[in-house]
Design a protein. Structure first.
Length: 94
């Protein structure tokens, strides 16, 4: 792995997302790396990926942990991403 935070989160997300079963621990590590690197867009997308992964695993507890951070930035994303986020949250609370 590289010392550049931007490169580290990219490497981590590739390892986490390009497996048959998404590794939640690697995804969490990628989120921390994006935060450390000040990569706001990447941090949002990674958290969104985490929410999707947790939804597929029946883990609404983790969805509820990541959703507020994304919701606080919902005005900075596209309308499609906003609608997708709200739909996934609806699933989590139902």
């Amino acid at each position: 792995m590289t010392d550049d935070p931007r490169e580290r989160w990219r490497e981590l997300v590739e390892r986490a997302l390009y497996q048959d079963n998404v590794n939640l621990e690697l995804l969490e590590m990628a989120i921390r790396e994006a935060d450390a690197g000040g990569e706001e867009e990447a941090a949002y997308l990674l958290r969104s990926a985490m929410i999707t992964s947790c939804q597929g695993r029946g883990r609404p507890d983790l969805i509820l942990a990541y959703f507020p951070w994304c919701l606080a930035r919902v005005n900075q994303v596209s309308p499609d991403e906003r609608d997708d986020l709200l739909f996934r949250y609806r699933w989590a609370i139902s």
